[in-house]
Each structure stands twice: as C-alpha cells, then as structure tokens.
Design a protein around this ligand. Structure first.
Ligand code: SAH
Length: 365
C-alpha cells in the first residue's frame, strides 16, 4: 500500500486537482485550517464516502504533542513526536504587555530539522548531528497544534527552533507559502522571520524568491577568527562570502536584515568585536539583536553579566546601530534549541529538569 500523503503539506491547487468536484478542496481546507478538525470523520458537511476516501489517502496530523512546559512568564514549550517517533521542539512566546506595543502578539518558534548538521559549539541542537529534514506538513502542523492546544491565534513566526532552515530549503519554502496563504493560516510574510547559520548560496537563492519574509543571520562573531571558534560553518562560508550574500539579499529584496549575536563570556563579548560588528551592521543597514547566552548543560560557555551585555549594546548604539538586548523569556523552562529534546532522549522515563532559556525575545520580530 502506498504511503498516505500529509494533507497539511499540500497547496490548495494540488488538493483541488485530487478532488472531484474541485470546490471540495476549499471545504476540506476550511476544516483543516479554520476549524482545525480532529479527524476526517469530523468533517460533517462532506459526504461519508469522501470522508472515508480522505482517511484512506491522507494523514491529517503530522506531529503529536507529548509534553508541554509552561514558564512563569507564559512562554510555553512543546515537545512534539513525529510519526517515526523522532522528537522536535516548538515554543510559543506571547508578547509581554507593557513591553511591546502589540501585547496581543503570539510568536511561534518552529523547528525545521530533527537535530542539526552545523554543530555550532554552543548549541544543544547539533550535539548529535542531524537525523532528517522535516516535511512541510511537519513544519505547518507545529503551528496548528500550538494554536489548537493553547486556543491562541498565532500572529508571528520565527524559524529559530531546532535545525537549519536553509539546509531544508524546499520544504521550508513550501511551509512558508502554506503558512502565509489566505486559504491556510494567513500569517503575513512580514511577520515571519527565518534565521540562518549563514549559508551564503542559500541566502542568495532566497533573495530571488518573491517573498517578503524577514531574514536573520546568526553572526555571533564579527571576525572569522572569533566566529570560527564557535561556528564550524564559518570555515565553509567565511565572513566575506556571507556578507556579500547578505548585501545581495538587501539590495534584491530591499528588506532590512537582522544580525543575531549571542553574547558569550570572553569569547565574543569584547569591545573590539562590538566596534567591528557596528561597522558590519552599518555597511549592510542591519539591526543587531543581542542575546545573552543560555548556558547548556555539559558545555563550557557562560553568559556575561548584565552590565557587560549593556556595555556591548551601548557601544553599538553609540556607533549609530540599532541594537536590542533581548529580555529573558522562558527562563524556567528548558531550553534554547534542542535542550528539551536532549533531556528527554537522554532520560525518557525521568522528569524533565528545568534549565534556562530565552529562545526569542521582545520587540525584535
Ligand atoms: N540554524 C538557525 C536557526 C536555529 S537557532 C540559525 O543558526 O540561525 C536560532 C538561534 O538561537 C541562533 O541564532 C542560534 O545561534 C541561537 N542559539 C543556539 N543555542 C543557543 C543558546 N544556548 N543560547 C542562546 N542562543 C542560542
């Protein structure tokens, strides 16, 4: 028997081609995305034989929630299981009233791969390498399941969970088009941020797509010497190549870039890095999002103290660069990028320990 197809990975016109009459596709899509039906059987305005055929041919859910953690600041972290039993993480980050103008904003942070191949030395996601790419349906369904579980409407998306989005280019692009489509979730492209470790050729490719999403670059070092200490990818795509691709992106898309910069004590938090970073940001008209490092169990890196982070930010601002210093969110639930999954995989039966996290913050998406 042929494998069933995931309905949440299909475009409207692809589904319409499989439907007879074609308007059935819109009825089905309404059940899937608007009413978020639990099963094909629940799609009560469809004739019974149609519902049976749908159940025989398609999978409705691509991810299943196995664990949810709430933090005191209302950040929620979800552990999802895929049909092959792989685990991925998704986070819901509500805006904090009073801190941002849009207090009703809800940002979901999605994963794009099981694990990650890039092995950034500070990151928990890549410790065991990459297992596989997520399908478009698995990416889309993370957002749908979070909406369903929490009852909150998702307004913003960041592709900053586990994995490297641009290494799973085709599936990520497909998921972006579905998440953005008015017949599915209708999340505005300008409210979607894709973050990359710095895959220069893919950044150029993305620049040529007719899509107004936001792009964030995980820079984390303003020179190759510093960057290569923590990001092996910088050997393959050194800063000159990366920055040329960024320049191409900015000039082609006419969109501002964000440089993400995690602050790690005595690695990249020195003021000479701040000066160099300021100069790079000015050249590319990029803004900088400073993120105090979240310590990962078993890794040696430390977060600088608050004063030092503020000093770094101040240096950038004085040099005329827009720089936000991320406020901590989700600090009492595990985990920037992959920590929650790591804990679960190491000790499946045990209770998940509580560690720090500030995966995404305010005002910068
Ligand atoms: N692969 C993509 C997206 C996933 S990671 C990328 O590299 O951009 C999202 C962001 O979280 C990246 O900037 C990553 O460097 C950062 N990150 C990873 N581990 C972290 C940690 N322990 N503390 C703070 N930020 C971390």
């Amino acid at each position: 028997m042929a494998d069933k197809r995931d309905i949440k990975g299909l475009y409207r016109d692809e589904l319409a081609k499989l439907c007879e009459p074609a308007y059935r596709a819109d009825q089905i899509l309404q059940w899937v995305y608007e009413k978020q039906a639990d099963s094909f059987a629940a799609m009560t305005n469809l004739p019974a034989p149609v519902r049976e055929k749908l159940s025989a041919d398609f999978e409705l859910n691509a991810v299943q929630s196995v664990h949810t953690r709430h933090a005191t600041d209302t950040t929620e972290k979800f552990l999802f299981e895929l049909r092959d039993h792989a685990l991925i993480e998704t986070v819901l980050i509500p805006a904090t009233p009073g801190l941002t103008s849009q207090s009703d904003r809800h940002t979901v942070c999605v994963s794009t791969q099981v694990g990650c191949a890039y092995g950034c030395r500070f990151c928990a996601s890549g410790l065991d390498g990459v297992r596989r790419n997520l399908t478009a349906a698995e990416i889309v369904d993370q957002v749908l399941q979070v909406q369903k579980i929490t009852g909150e409407r998702v307004s913003n998306l960041v592709f900053m969970g586990m994995g490297e989005p641009l290494a799973n280019y085709e599936n990520v692009l497909r998921s972006l088009r579905i998440l953005n489509a008015p017949w599915a979730l209708g999340i505005g492209a300008r409210k979607i941020t894709v973050s990359t470790v710095g895959l220069a050729p893919r950044i150029r490719q993305l620049a040529d797509e007719p899509m107004q999403i936001r792009l964030a670059i995980s820079l984390h070092g303003a020179t190759d010497a510093v960057r290569s200490q923590i990001m092996p990818v910088s050997k393959k795509h050194p800063l000159t190549e990366l920055l040329e691709a960024c320049d191409y992106y900015v000039n082609t898309r006419h969109r501002m870039l964000t440089f993400e910069y995690i602050l790690i004590e005595n690695v990249n938090d020195m003021l000479d890095q701040a000066y160099k970073l300021a100069s790079l940001a000015r050249q590319l008209h990029a803004k900088v999002n400073l993120i105090p490092y979240n310590p990962v169990e078993g890794l040696p890196w430390k977060r600088p103290d608050r004063e030092r982070c503020k000093m770094f930010q101040h240096t950038l601002k004085t040099a005329g660069v827009t720089a936000t210093l991320r406020t901590e969110k989700g600090t009492d639930i595990a985990a920037a990028c992959g920590q929650l999954r790591l804990q679960r995989e190491k000790s499946p039966a045990s209770k998940l320990p509580i560690t720090g996290s500030d995966l995404a913050g305010d005002g910068d998406f």
